[in-house]
Design a protein around this ligand. Sequence first.
Ligand code: ATP
Length: 419
Amino acid sequence: MDFRKLMEAGLPEDRLALVDMAARIASEEGVPLYLVGGAVRDLLLGRPTEDLDLVVEGDAETLAAVIAKRMSGDVVSRSQFATVKLKVRGSSLDMVTARNESYARPGALPQIAHGTMREDLARRDFTINAMAYPLHLGSNANLLDPHGGQGDLRHGLVRVLHDGSFVDDATRIMRAVRYEQRLGFALEERTESLLRRDLPMLDTISGDRLRRELLLWLQEERRLKILARADTLGVMAAIHPALAGAGASAWEAVGGGGHTSDAEVCLALLVRSLSRTDAEAIIERLRMLPGWAAVVRDTVDLRERLSELVGASESPSRLYESLAPFDPAAVRGWSLAAPDAGVREALALYIDKLRHVKPLLSGRDLMQLGVPQGPAVGAMLVRLRTAKLEGAAEGRSQESDLVRDWLAEEGRISPGATD
Ligand code: ATP
């Protein structure tokens, strides 16, 4: 395996050029510089790779500053862990100082000290993410793979580096499921039993970290498959007991067609059977931000209203009024999962068509037609939208005619007046 060739084949030209420049400068400065983690994994798999993470055996900030100076780039400091982003002519690289980590207690953020590349690899989550390519050594370098990552890539296995891995950091439980499903891999046998054993350790993880991992799940292409798999492994129930079975049910709602739906719709599918009390508990446990909290609450509340929607497509304006208060992701979720086919259709009609219906005339147009400035303008726009929803006004001129008729009825202008 010639990793250099994989880099040439897999990286866009500008990024490869930037990596090569960084490598040359590192080598001149006598500072070891490695490509690590996801990029190495993805290049070995022949998958597109997004972020390039570089590890410096030395001081990342100092090396990044030297490279930036030589290449007229910028260094942006990113976090408390000596992580910097190097930007040169539209391309960027993340650089971090090699570190040695220890965990004071389960779930705590790690205590960090400078370390060697090997120590840095030893603190990582899975063997497939624990390989490094020494860029400073030039084109004949060998991949550093002390944990057998290449073998696990070949066999399609997600494997932790040691038995205490999930205890040290239980977010790795959620990461394991994500990589397994993304790559179409399996959990290595021992890893799966450790994962099951350590499920209670998810209680040590803060709501913010859990929510971020859930977001990463929901951003994956196979998000629904991830939820289903997490359920089978007991991960959903470990996140919150009320979520037991919810992942499998979200997956089944779309008939196993796991590529559908965006992240928030997936969230709606996941929470749709919760009681209000459990929904609130989960919002709190995951410290959800207002956007997600609204999706959860509206999904649960809309469930109580579904029966009213049988036959609702017959009156589009009433359907609109019923659904407009709800978050679109909640409506979309039920348009996939409502038990009644007619209700699913009504919800889909609202999502695909009705909610986009809007008068062509603006408030200003209405005032020119004689609608008095103030709340009457808003009220007239709503009335116009209702008429449009019922198919009573198509183009601008029909809308104007309607408004004139209404004003005439109200005695505001004489019938037949034109602008
Ligand atoms: P992705 O394609 O999902 O971005 P990635 O491997 O780049 O994959 P990141 O979350 O960006 O993932 O993390 C970069 C690297 O840092 C990982 O490859 C892994 O080696 C390490 N890492 C990230 N999170 C953890 C963790 N919780 N425990 C141990 N190592 C981690």
